[in-house]
Design a protein around this ligand. Sequence first.
Ligand SMILES: *[C@@H]1O[C@H](CO)[C@@H](O)[C@H](O)[C@H]1NC(C)=O
Ligand SMILES: *[C@@H]1O[C@H](CO)[C@@H](O)[C@H](O)[C@H]1NC(C)=O
Ligand SMILES: *[C@@H]1O[C@H](CO)[C@@H](O)[C@H](O)[C@H]1NC(C)=O
Ligand SMILES: *[C@@H]1O[C@H](CO)[C@@H](O)[C@H](O)[C@H]1NC(C)=O
Ligand SMILES: *[C@@H]1O[C@H](CO)[C@@H](O)[C@H](O)[C@H]1NC(C)=O
Ligand SMILES: *[C@@H]1O[C@H](CO)[C@@H](O)[C@H](O)[C@H]1NC(C)=O
Length: 319
Amino acid sequence: MHFTKLLAAAGIASVATAHPGPHHSPSKRELSRRHDLSARCSDHVGNYNAKRIKRNLHKRFPGSTSNTTYNIQTEGSYYNTIQNDTCILTPEVTEGPYIWPQSQTLRQDMTEDQPGVPLWLDVGVLDMETCEPLEGVLVDFWHCNSTGSYSSFTGLSPNTPFAELLEQLNVTDMATADLHTDDTTFLRGMWPTDKHGLMEMKTVFPGFYVERSIHIHVQVHTDWTIRGNGTMAYGNTVSTGQIYFDEPLSQKIMALEPYVSHTEINRTTNAVDSVFSGDTENGYNPIVSVVPADGNDVTKGMIGYITIGVDKTAVATDE
Ligand SMILES: *[C@@H]1O[C@H](CO)[C@@H](O)[C@H](O)[C@H]1NC(C)=O
Ligand SMILES: *[C@@H]1O[C@H](CO)[C@@H](O)[C@H](O)[C@H]1NC(C)=O
Ligand SMILES: *[C@@H]1O[C@H](CO)[C@@H](O)[C@H](O)[C@H]1NC(C)=O
Ligand SMILES: *[C@@H]1O[C@H](CO)[C@@H](O)[C@H](O)[C@H]1NC(C)=O
Ligand SMILES: *[C@@H]1O[C@H](CO)[C@@H](O)[C@H](O)[C@H]1NC(C)=O
Ligand SMILES: *[C@@H]1O[C@H](CO)[C@@H](O)[C@H](O)[C@H]1NC(C)=O
């Protein structure tokens, strides 16, 4: 069982062997299963999110209530209610072709020298079996930079459709292909959850690349161990998925430098993305809730909240 997982984590094998493209959408049955899990934990999630958002605002902006017009009870301009829904990630969701565990390092700021709007990702992880926070699980992120490039794959054009890219590289078998081009590590990082099931990662708002809407890849690992250089030597992957942003927010950020200079291709929106599920109602929600970091202006930086539901049952039955 562990061997299979390590193999899957080490490459892109699981992506293309079963599916034609680099990404695939979950089935109707899978979406319905997630909905049921999420709905069952709805009250817990509501309480959990409410506590987190208050706690974190106090932590980050001591004295902010008296110095600004920001009202912590109304949560800023993008979301005026606490969402009870959860982003349920499961092992079957695609990890995409740009997974590269060798470059994922243990740190709480994965920005390096990448320009862009600062984003503090504040992630809570709940066990969907018990509806309780999960402590000590490793939350692992990777995403492209403000003009669409992934670290470790900087030699690949973010503007070339994936099928064309494979053709150029003479790749016929994705199961054995190694597309990585270098050892850069920007915008890749991981950090464990605390006793409240929370972790935070500083990054920049992602840009976009061809055929995909703006997203961040996430995995959750249990039973992990870390090497001397900060990468994961061993771990069980219980969840894989992608998180997204609201279209109005994306429009606002993409109008800024350096994002706006990415003109070679048109951006794919969530509405037409092949992976994004339009089914964000009924308790399954992969969209990051955002509040401006200064209480006013998201373009100066933002805190993104998301609750990830981990389904350990799915691991047990899938593997
Ligand atoms: C959301 O969670 C809160 C807090 O537990 C609860 O009071 C409320 O009824 C929930 N709403 C829905 C729609 O489940
Ligand atoms: C209040 O805001 C002003 C202007 O943004 C800033 O210079 C000042 O340091 C802030 N004071 C406190 C107590 O946060
Ligand atoms: C960490 O060490 C592993 C194993 O030696 C290596 O494959 C990987 O490239 C290293 N990663 C970084 C970021 O140094
Ligand atoms: C994004 O990464 C690519 C590849 O390293 C680089 O050429 C590009 O300049 C980066 N974008 C920005 C805005 O720095
Ligand atoms: C792909 O194959 C063609 C024809 O055999 C060759 O000209 C080209 O250099 C190959 N490209 C790569 C990246 O290996
Ligand atoms: C983007 O879309 C517009 C409108 O459909 C089209 O005119 C334009 O050529 C597209 N640009 C690129 C780079 O594909």
